[in-house]
Design a protein around this ligand. Structure first.
Ligand code: DQA
Length: 140
């Protein structure tokens, strides 16, 4: 099984963003931990990060993975364009967040992606990505 891990805007700034919400790993360190976790479960991973909505839509709708783990960053809360891409991409997409989006500012409680995603994990920092990989391997 191959899983594409897609990280959206400002996730390239991990390590410099608020550690209490996002942890202290850089994006490269997070990707390494996720790749190692997946490999232990016989899952191949590929990683993509962009700050641009269109580039995220391009990769969600055109890739050779079996499933996608998506942290769309702030786009989560308002991008109907990304929601449409998730809905029509033809593969399971799991929404993840490092932080506890249900217990922060009100605007972070709304996700336009949840209705079109297969599952959702949040609030466990890199553990949210591990849970998404577990869910996809258990539900393939
Ligand atoms: C985030 C939560 C979003 O609200 C925020 O805009 C992000 C990261 C998370 O991983 O907790 O950039 O998706």
């Amino acid at each position: 099984m191959k899983i594409l891990i897609v990280n959206g805007p400002n996730l390239h700034m991990l390590g410099k963003r608020k550690a209490e919400h996002y942890g202290s790993l850089t994006l490269a360190q997070l990707e390494k931990q996720v790749a190692d976790y997946a490999a232990k479960n016989d899952v191949e991973t590929e990683f993509f990060q962009s700050n641009c909505e269109g580039r995220l839509i391009d990769v969600i709708t055109d890739n050779d993975a079996d499933a996608i783990v998506l942290n769309a960053g702030a786009y989560t809360h308002y991008s109907y364009a990304i929601a449409d891409a998730v809905e029509c991409c033809g593969k399971p997409v799991v929404e993840v967040h490092l932080s506890d989006v249900e217990n922060r500012e009100d605007f972070r409680k709304k996700s336009v992606l949840t209705p079109v995603c297969a599952a959702r994990f949040y609030g466990k920092k890199q553990g949210s990505y591990f849970d998404a990989i577990d869910w996809l391997t258990e539900n393939k």
